[in-house]
Design a protein around this ligand. Structure first.
Ligand SMILES: Nc1ncnc2c1ncn2[C@@H]1O[C@H](COP(=O)(O)OP(=O)(O)OP(=O)(O)O)[C@@H](O)[C@H]1O
Length: 275
């Protein structure tokens, strides 16, 4: 069933047009548990994210936010539970009623359905902005170099960097580098974009330009899962805020529900520290 995701109006009064109907990008996380040695980092986490939904994952340092993000695209395996994208596993296939691990090449192919944007941009320093974006579609989508360059130019224009295509990362500000990283993630036409604290390595004055790009993606109907410390941004852009603490989902709901009227004491304690 497809559904129209409504952008949130955080004070309940601002009418906001529905975003385009998204039909792909449904993520189902069921009873996921993950440990590193004796440290249990995720405990029975279940979360279903609808196509086009924008979910903000918030919580204290060490609560498991990044780990959850990395299990979604199978960069980390889970000990128990399952995760699917539009009904398909990333690391496994079902045969004869059992799950079988896929070969690395197939996992990589399936993983390209997710775009991942890291805190520290992770650009190749010896490549220009456009070359950074061109790499993946040539390697993984079998686009020709000229096709990939056309795509990369369009994507860099979309993130406001049309005049910076031939700059190297060292010639760009942190905000510009992060926007190149977003263009690079978009180059594989992902169904879902995963952001891991996309603004926390930026100087405060550069945060806004990156959040603007993410706002635009939310308006376009892309499924977004954003680990963020920017509570104001979560309040404004997310359809749903999920508060994680000690590897558990303590509370989730609309930004108004979770951020303005949290039900759980643990949520209130966290918000009191960060707001
Ligand atoms: N590769 C790893 N090996 C061992 N322990 C890990 C690994 N990755 C994360 N951890 C541990 O798992 C716990 C959760 O880490 P995670 O990075 O998911 O938290 P987080 O909520 O994203 O924190 P932060 O907000 O500080 O980034 C922490 O105790 C961390 O030390």
């Amino acid at each position: 069933m497809s559904q129209t995701a409504l952008a949130p109006s955080f004070d309940g009064n601002i009418p906001i047009a529905p975003r385009p109907t998204a039909t792909v990008g449904r993520v189902e996380i069921s009873d996921v548990t993950k440990s590193y040695g004796t440290n249990t980092v995720l405990r029975d986490v279940s979360l279903t994210i609808a196509p086009g939904e924008v979910v903000a994952l918030i919580g204290p340092s060490g609560s498991g936010k990044s780990t959850l993000l990395r299990t979604i695209n199978h960069l980390e395996t889970v000990d128990r539970g399952s995760i699917t994208l539009d009904g398909q596993y990333i690391g496994y296939e079902e045969r004869g009623g059992k799950l079988h691990e896929l070969r690395e090449a197939e996992i990589l192919r399936r993983r390209t359905q997710f775009g991942l944007v890291f805190q520290n941009f992770n650009l190749f320093p010896h490549l220009t902005a456009i070359e950074n974006v061109v790499e993946a579609p040539v390697a993984l989508k079998r686009l020709t170099k000229p096709e990939a360059r056309e795509l990369a130019k369009a994507l860099l224009a979309r993130v406001g960097l049309a005049d910076k295509v031939d700059h190297y990362p060292r010639q760009l500000s942190g905000g510009q580098q992060q926007r190149v990283a977003i263009a690079r993630a978009l180059a594989l036409s992902p169904k879902v974009l995963l952001f891991d604290e996309p603004t926390s390595a930026l100087d405060p004055e550069l945060v806004g330009e990156v959040l603007d790009v993410i706002r635009g993606l939310a308006r376009d109907g892309t499924t977004l899962i954003v680990v963020t410390h920017e509570i104001g941004f979560a309040r404004e852009v997310a359809d749903r805020v999920v508060f994680l603490d000690g590897g558990e989902i303590v509370e989730q709901g609309t930004p108004i529900q979770v951020l303005r009227s949290p039900k759980q004491q643990r949520t209130r304690d966290f918000l009191a520290k960060v707001l």
